[in-house]
Design a protein around this ligand. Structure first.
Ligand SMILES: C[S@@+](CC[C@H](N)C(=O)[O-])C[C@H]1O[C@@H](n2cnc3c(N)ncnc32)[C@H](O)[C@@H]1O
Length: 341
């Protein structure tokens, strides 16, 4: 049996260190139809289907580490080369990690139902999430959802019936049994307890979907200022700043948490948290005082920053903060838009 470190290298996708959207074909070193399972739990479904169809590539997403390690053992035991794992939140993966037009099939088997009404917003299957899942499917690509929770089933049915990115492949919105279905652990548990299951099989309806831009490191936003400034005075008594904005109907929360002076240097680093929908970034924004009299505001390499809309706004807010304390500075360049409110 391989050591865990070797299994991690072979089966786990190091998504934090890679360009987004991920190049899944390159990660598998072959171009084959791609299938996704979200929240694979004990992994029996993923292993079963990947064994039956070796000519397809399988990506499994799971948040919990124990099931992932158990899956590694199964992959290795069976010698499967067509399964890879993403350890991350499925919402984040669907929003940021996957290109559109990529999956032949997506399976969401028994997602956590969050039964209490005040927790419904935590449910994975939301309108915006399903829209992104639909875009990640190839034309006529299929989404299968299974749940044994009656209220969640009605919630899912309502969302599916009120959108037009996916169309039903069955006669009814949902069905109680599916022929040829590979049974998952939660499905079996429900059957043994006499609880009904609900299956949805919908396919992508749109002819075309827009490609997502690649978020490259070299495209990171920045602002250049020029003039005499004492950055210690600028950041003296810095207190947390919070901003709440919206982009394309997604709430964006930006927190400029703390400012640190870099040891032995005139530069400052602003610890920053950015939440855009389900995408969370914790990064450092550098305010560098260069010898040629230029002040540059840009992200540091800490936290694998991505050039999202929220990141641009965070740079904008830091630059605005510096300018508010040092209005004598001139704006030389800005890739984050006008620095005027
Ligand atoms: C109720 S279990 C179902 C497991 C399996 N699919 C089955 O049918 O037996 C839900 C699984 O989804 C995982 N999960 C929950 N929320 C997730 C998320 N946001 N992203 C990825 N996995 C998630 C949980 O860790 C858990 O393993």
């Amino acid at each position: 049996m391989k050591a865990l470190s070797e299994q991690i290298c072979d089966y786990l996708i190091p998504w934090k260190n890679l360009e987004w959207p991920l190049d899944l074909d390159a990660l598998f070193s072959r171009k084959m139809p791609m299938v996704l399972e979200i929240g694979f739990g004990d992994g029996s479904f993923l292993i079963d289907i990947a064994t039956r169809f070796p000519e397809r590539n399988y990506v499994g997403i799971e948040l919990a580490w124990d099931p992932i390690q158990r899956l590694f053992k199964k992959i290795e035991h069976l010698g499967l080369s067509n399964v890879k794992v993403l350890r991350c939140d499925a919402g984040q993966a669907i929003t940021s990690l996957f290109q559109t037009d990529i999956f032949e099939e997506v399976f969401i088997n028994h997602p956590d139902p969050w039964p209490k009404e005040r927790h419904h917003r935590r449910r994975l299957l939301q309108r915006s999430f399903l829209k992104e899942v639909a875009a990640s499917l190839i034309k006529d690509g299929q989404l299968t959802i299974a749940t044994d929770h009656a209220d969640y089933a009605s919630w899912i049915a309502e969302i599916l019936e009120s959108q037009d990115e996916l169309t039903n492949t069955l006669k009814e919105t949902r069905v109680p049994t599916l022929e040829g279905r590979i049974i998952t652990r939660y499905q079996r548990k429900a059957q043994e307890e006499g609880i009904g299951n609900h299956f949805f099989v919908w396919k992508r309806a749109m002819d075309q979907v827009e490609k997502k831009p690649t978020l490259r490191k070299e495209d990171m936003p920045n602002v250049a200022l020029r003039g005499e400034v004492d950055l210690e005075a600028v950041f003296d008594g810095f207190e947390q700043l919070n901003f709440q904005e919206r982009n394309q109907n997604i709430e964006v929360l930006i927190n400029l948490v703390r400012a640190f002076k870099q040891h032995g240097e005139p530069h400052f680093l602003v610890e920053t948290m950015i939440k855009e929908g389900r995408l969370n970034q914790q990064v450092g924004i550098n305010v560098l005082k260069l010898e040629d009299g230029k002040i540059t505001v840009k992200t540091s390499a800490i936290g694998f920053p991505r050039a999202t809309w929220g990141m641009k706004r965070a740079i904008w807010h830091v630059a605005r903060f510096v300018l508010s304390r040092a209005p004598q500075l001139k704006i030389v360049n800005s890739t984050v838009g006008d620095l005027i409110d």
